[in-house]
Structures are given as C-alpha cells and as structure tokens.
Design a protein around this ligand. Structure first.
Ligand code: C2E
Ligand code: MG
Ligand code: MG
Ligand code: MG
Length: 283
C-alpha cells in the first residue's frame, strides 16, 4: 500500500517495490534449499528468574545464514516460509535442534532448563503436531516439561475446540505452552481460563513504554495480575533498561528476557553465559 507522505515519496518508492519483488523471489528460491544446504542456525536468548537472577531457560530463535545476504532475521523469511508451507519441515528442524541442544547442556552438567520454541499458525494447525512433538521429545530423551511451545492469541482463537483438544494433549504429555506477544492479539479471557497453558509473555511493545507511559504501565501491571490470578507464570519480553527491570521486579513479574541481559546468541556463546549463570546480583 503506497502512502502519500510527501512530494518525493513516489519516485523513491517505485524502485524500492521492484527491489522488494526481486528480493522476495530470491528469498523464496533460497528457502527451498536452505534446509538441505544446512543454512539454518538457532540463536538462544536467556530467560531469567527475576528473584535469583539465574538463567532458567532460553528461547530458540531461528536465523538463516544466506550465502549472499548474510544473516537473515526471521521477520524477513518466516512469513514466506509460512505462505509456502516450508515452515513445516523448517519447524521440525527447529524443534529437533533445540531439544538436542537442551539435552546436550543437561548432559554437560548444567542445571535443567526449559527451551522455548516458537510455533507459527501453520505449524499449529498441521496434522500430526502432537505426534511429532511426542516423538522428538522421546527421541532426545528430555523430560517433556523441558520443552515449552510458544503460540499466539490469534492462533488459539481460530478454532477454539481444536485448540483446547490440542493443548490438552500437550498438557497430558507434560509439554508446557506459553502465549507469546500477549496483549497484542485477540483472545477471549473466558477461554484463556480453560486453556491448559503455563505462561504469559508480555509483548515487548508494552515493556518498551513501561517507564513514562502510564497506559503501557497499566497494561503490564494488569497482565501480571491476570497471570497471578490464573496461576500462570508471567514473562516480560524486550527488557532493555534498568528502569524497566526495577518496575517489573517491584510488580512481581516472574521472569525476564531482553537485551539488558543478553541478545539472542549462538549456542557456544550461550554456553559461556551458562558458565557465569547468574545474570545479575540480587540486591
Ligand atoms: P518472538 O517470539 O516474540 O521473539 C522475540 C523477539 O524479540 C526476537 O526477535 C528477539 O531477538 C527480540 N528481542 C528480545 N529481547 C529484545 C530486546 O530487549 N529488545 C528488542 N528490541 N528486541 C528483543 P527475532 O529473533 O528477530 O524473532 C522475531 C520473531 O520471529 C519471533 O518473535 C517469532 O515470532 C519469530 N520466530 C523466530 N524464530 C522462530 C522459529 O523458529 N519458528 C517460528 N515459527 N517463528 C520464529
Ligand atoms: Mg517467542
Ligand atoms: Mg512471536
Ligand atoms: Mg514475543
């Protein structure tokens, strides 16, 4: 959609559109071979217990090492993978890789952690998701509760009966479920109560506005209270400043994730964080 923002917008916009079209084609073609060419890599971002400052888990975040374009962020290719259906085999690779990495860290003697893996709408609706997750967990030899699947509100509301059935099977298996980007999508609070989920992740847009914007602060506090009342864990995403950290600690958020502690990093770098283990001293 072309927006008329100023007199020279049009002439700048037209070549950019062509570039976008070419880039999109280049990405789509490359994506078809990226798995077999071993071009994907997982980065890990620590999740931290707010009371102890300890790393208690990590989110696996996908990166694509494109031979010409370099490291491509998920925002640039997950939507294409989703549209083309390639997300299903890619998602299976993410799940298997994240589980194996978590097992490797356990075997190396680090404390047990939960690895969180993002699911896209297509992965959530695919046939055989429960069986795939069950098989991968079993084959890695991890405890099912060492895996958490991140879904979004809109996915849960698309077909509520399906969602309840699926989440109940996951829950029976012992796999944890969290609602990612909570507060940005549409979900019904009355359903939320019936979904067997373990965690709410407050979207980073609210955390960003936390200090200085009463509206965002109110949303964050409300989500924390909601989680407490529903007996759910609550995680703040995108924590970047000391002020945000203090606010979240004062309001009894459970866990933190954000650049203030660490960006998502490759496995070797994450292991260095694990050796240090405590991300901040408790005062
Ligand atoms: P998400 O699941 O909400 O992941 C959090 C995003 O916030 C990550 O971006 C992370 O790098 C970024 N982030 C974390 N802390 C901070 C902070 O303090 N400040 C700022 N500005 N950003 C922060 P990333 O890695 O680019 O991922 C973007 C989205 O792509 C993810 O959002 C998720 O929806 C999707 N995604 C990533 N990996 C996968 C995957 O393996 N499968 C699927 N289906 N989606 C994925
Ligand atoms: Mg996520
Ligand atoms: Mg997300
Ligand atoms: Mg998120």
């Amino acid at each position: 959609r072309i927006k008329d923002k100023g007199s020279n917008t049009y002439s700048l916009y037209a070549p950019a559109m062509n570039m976008k079209g070419i880039e999109r084609l280049q990405l789509e073609n490359g994506l078809r071979h990226a798995l077999e060419r071993d071009e994907f890599v997982l980065y890990y971002q620590p999740r931290i217990n707010i009371e102890t400052g300890q790393i208690i888990g990590m989110e696996a975040l996908l990166r694509w090492k494109h031979p010409e374009l370099g490291l491509v962020p998920p925002g640039a290719f997950i939507p294409i993978a989703e549209e083309t259906g390639l997300i299903v085999p890619i998602g299976d690779w993410v799940l298997r890789t994240a589980l194996r990495q978590n097992k490797a860290w356990q075997d190396a003697g680090y404390p047990h952690m939960t690895v969180a893996v993002n699911l896209s709408p297509r992965q959530f609706m695919r046939q055989g998701l429960v069986e795939t997750v069950a098989r991968e967990v079993r084959e890695t030899g991890l405890h099912p509760s060492d895996l958490e699947l991140e879904i979004t509100e809109s996915m849960t509301m698309h077909d509520v009966d399906y969602t309840i059935g699926l989440l109940e099977e996951m829950s029976k298996m012992g796999v944890q479920i969290s609602i990612d980007d909570f507060g940005t999508g549409y979900s019904s609070l009355s359903y939320l109560k019936h979904f067997p989920i373990s965690t709410l992740k407050i979207d980073q847009s609210f955390v960003r506005g936390l200090v200085g914007d009463p509206y965002h602060a109110a949303i964050v506090t409300t989500v924390i209270h909601l989680a407490q009342n529903l007996r759910l864990k609550v995680v703040a995403e995108g924590v970047e400043t000391e002020e945000q950290f203090r606010y979240l600690r004062d309001h009894r958020c459970d866990e933190l994730q954000g650049f203030l502690f660490s960006r998502p990093v490759p496995a070797e770098e994450f292991e260095e964080l694990l050796r240090g283990n405590v991300m901040y001293e408790v005062s």
